[in-house]
Ligand binder design. Structure first.
Ligand SMILES: NC(=O)c1ccc[n+]([C@@H]2O[C@H](COP(=O)([O-])OP(=O)(O)OC[C@H]3O[C@@H](n4cnc5c(N)ncnc54)[C@H](OP(=O)(O)O)[C@@H]3O)[C@@H](O)[C@H]2O)c1
Length: 299
């Protein structure tokens, strides 16, 4: 069974692709760099040279595959259009990767939100996240066009990728900042909380969804949560550094930019993976981002 995956050289896509190969699937992976293409080949992933703007290529790859996983860019509308076009009226699965920042607030690190979302919670989306939400809704509606469309909404992903890209985004960013500046920093008091999930547990869920998810299903994905103060303390411990230092949002913006300050590190994004556990029997094995940081992360 052949699966086409975008983002095959990335952290999420690479780990998912390798899990699919291990499970016996033939995997074709979109890649835009020739050297990375050879890296994929060495991992038994058939490279497809191109990028997300290559509309015809994506239509063709989707239509010749038994299923598609989009793990390159949650917000690339042209790629979504092409993949849906290629799968139209096929009843094949299409798994799209979104992200739980879609429900994030703007707490600037100074408040814990009481809002914890599961798949039945009505959505409140900040205006600048509306395009991402619109894409999610458009994909879910594709079940009306003969596509087994599924949206994955992972929270903060941690762990070491098994593909070409080993590191995720949030935790490695804080580690890199600490390495360069000599201090682990967080926004505000860092009491804001994000759910999180290990990349290997995430890949397992993609496999389950590919096999068993119904059309039109939306999944939040987490296996725990932590505040940024807790994440920062674990990084400091792992790196042998002093206490975590606080930056107000105003202090952080010149260094980290508006986006990271307000929407990556200063926000709450608390979700519960109710549906994955209940409907797909997903049973994650990793328990805590903090224990991964302290015991396994390469500092
Ligand atoms: N990591 C997390 O914690 C997390 C959490 C929730 C949601 N997500 C979402 O999951 C998706 C993947 O994240 P990630 O952490 O795996 O990111 P990543 O490691 O940066 O991987 C992204 C992959 O997509 C490829 N790509 C990007 N733009 C492309 C284009 N125009 N044409 C062809 N390939 C393109 C990249 O190719 P190159 O190798 O050539 O750069 C890379 O292989 C993103 O949409 C992200 O928002 C991530």
């Amino acid at each position: 069974m052949t699966i086409f995956i975008t983002g095959a050289s990335g952290f999420v896509g690479g780990t998912v692709a390798r899990r699919l190969v291990e499970a016996g699937y033939e995997v074709r992976g979109l890649v835009r760099d020739r050297e990375k293409a050879e890296g994929l080949r060495a991992m038994q992933i058939q490279p497809v040279l191109g990028n997300l703007d290559d509309y015809e290529l994506l239509v063709q790859e989707a239509s010749r595959s038994e299923g598609v996983i989009n793990a390159a860019d949650s917000d690339h509308e042209g790629a979504i259009d092409a993949l849906l076009e290629g799968l139209k009226d096929s009843n094949k699965p299409f798994i799209h990767t979104s992200g739980s920042s879609v429900i994030a607030d703007d707490a600037r690190g100074n408040a814990v939100s009481a809002k914890v979302y599961d798949e039945d919670t009505p959505f409140v989306v900040l205006p600048f996240k509306q395009p991402r939400r619109d894409n999610e809704l458009r994909i879910l509606a594709a079940k009306e066009h003969g596509i087994r469309a599924i949206v994955m909404c992972p929270s903060n992903i941690y762990g070491t990728g098994s593909g070409l890209t080993k590191g995720s985004f949030q935790i490695p960013f804080l580690v890199e900042h600490a390495r360069k500046s000599g201090a682990v920093r967080i926004v505000g008091e860092g009491v804001n909380r994000w759910s999180n999930v290990h990349v290997d547990d995430l890949a397992e869920l993609y496999l389950l969804a590919l096999r068993n998810s119904p059309a039109g299903a939306y999944y939040f994905i987490e296996n725990g949560e932590a505040s940024f103060a807790e994440i920062g303390a674990s990084i400091a411990k792992r790196m042998g550094m002093g206490p975590v230092q606080s930056w107000s949002a105003e202090e952080a913006v010149p260094h980290w930019g508006e986006m990271h300050t307000h929407y990556t590190f200063g926000t709450n994004s608390r979700v519960r993976a109710k549906r994955a556990r209940r409907d797909l029997g997903w049973s994650p094995v990793h328990t805590s981002a903090q224990s991964w940081i302290e015991q396994e992360m390469t500092a």
